[in-house]
Design a protein around this ligand. Structure first.
Ligand code: SF4
Length: 338
């Protein structure tokens, strides 16, 4: 069996420490219906994920991640309780690091010291948008200078920094989203995640959708917007580690509307590949009737596009008789060979 590279043990602290009632978030209504994570539950989660792993075949990176709330907004004693519960696994080397998701409002020296002491390596901040109006409409107002100051403190302490964006929230548009992308690039994170806004059952957004006061973006609009964002992040040397929500059972059961596709990242990457090919053909002095591209073998399906759509679109644009892809052993090299 192929060795897994990265193991993430997810631990949910649903809505704990949370200052808001963000309209897109289903954690709000989950709260109160779920038993809080305690030491036993945590131990059980760790056992479930670690038991059965071949000790000689352990994934290279093994991380525990606290999801679902604003971790550093949780009272300090409880943060200490949760983090200290993981330490036996850190000391034994079974878990190498901890990741927390939180909000910029709850970043200060005391909290960051607590994270450092307990082997937290990565701090992720949910930014969602840097547009004041969008944040206000979703019930999540936060001045940008608060985010900037939190980011500086996280950086000074040497944590890995992740930032999250959510295009398509109420009041959002392409211009505002690209401005958010630019702002996030300016903050210099190690990585970003982009979650297209979906309407999920039991959220404020669901109520707005039912009342007709919120219309989600369609799939095509979202692919175009996210494509542009990914290009900008890549240009800036920032890794986009996730695009689109993971199509897990809970999402599939609660999804109501919006630009969901189980292979959303693939659709975005294919669109980027298509545009790279178009740009190369446009740069030719004279467009021939047939063209051949040499593409990295492991990315052929991305260049072909969904149902070979990229080839047919390019053929139509330039009136080509044929377009072929030749496989190459390079990692990311694209070349127009004929
Ligand atoms: S998105 Fe985060 S801050 Fe907003 S309600 Fe959900 S858990 Fe709280």
């Amino acid at each position: 069996m192929k060795k897994k590279k990265h193991l993430i043990v997810p631990v949910f602290v649903s809505h704990e420490g949370c200052p808001y009632r963000c309209s897109f978030c289903d954690q709000v209504k989950i709260t109160g219906t779920e038993k809080k994570t305690d030491r036993n539950k945590l131990r059980e989660t760790l056992r479930t994920h670690l038991e059965g792993l071949d000790r000689n075949q352990l994934p290279e990176r093994r991380e525990l991640a606290f999801f679902g709330g604003s971790f550093t907004g949780i009272p300090l004693e409880r943060q200490e309780y949760l983090l200290s519960s993981v330490q036996p696994w850190i000391l034994s080397g079974e878990i190498q690091s901890i990741r927390v998701s939180t909000h910029a409002l709850f970043i200060d020296d005391v909290r960051l010291s607590m994270l450092t002491k307990n082997h937290v390596e990565t701090v992720e901040l949910g930014i969602q948008s840097t547009d004041h109006e969008v944040l206000k409409l979703v019930g999540r107002e936060c001045p940008f200078d608060v985010i900037q100051s939190a980011v500086s403190k996280i950086r000074e302490r040497g944590f890995r920094l992740g930032l999250q964006l959510m295009p398509g929230l109420p009041g959002d548009n392409e211009h505002k989203f690209q401005k958010s992308v630019k702002d996030v690039i300016g903050l210099g994170p190690d990585f970003v995640r982009i979650y297209p806004t979906l309407v999920i059952k039991n959220t404020g957004l669901f109520d707005m959708y039912q009342q007709g006061t919120y219309t989600p973006w369609n799939l095509e609009r979202m692919i175009e917007a996210v494509k542009e964002a990914v290009v900008q992040f890549e240009k800036a040397g920032i890794t986009v580690i996730r695009v689109g929500l993971h199509p897990d059972q809970s999402l599939l059961q609660n999804y109501i509307a919006g630009p969901f596709h189980p292979a959303f990242r693939y659709l975005v990457d294919s669109r980027i590949a298509r545009e790279r090919m178009i740009k190369m053909i446009r740069a030719l002095k004279q467009v021939p009737l047939s063209v051949t591209f040499r593409v990295p073998a492991r990315r052929v399906s991305i260049y072909l596009g969904h149902k070979r759509e990229n080839l047919s679109v390019i053929k139509n644009i330039f009136g080509l008789d044929s377009i072929k892809l030749q496989q190459d052993t390079t990692e990311n090299h694209l070349e127009l060979v004929a």
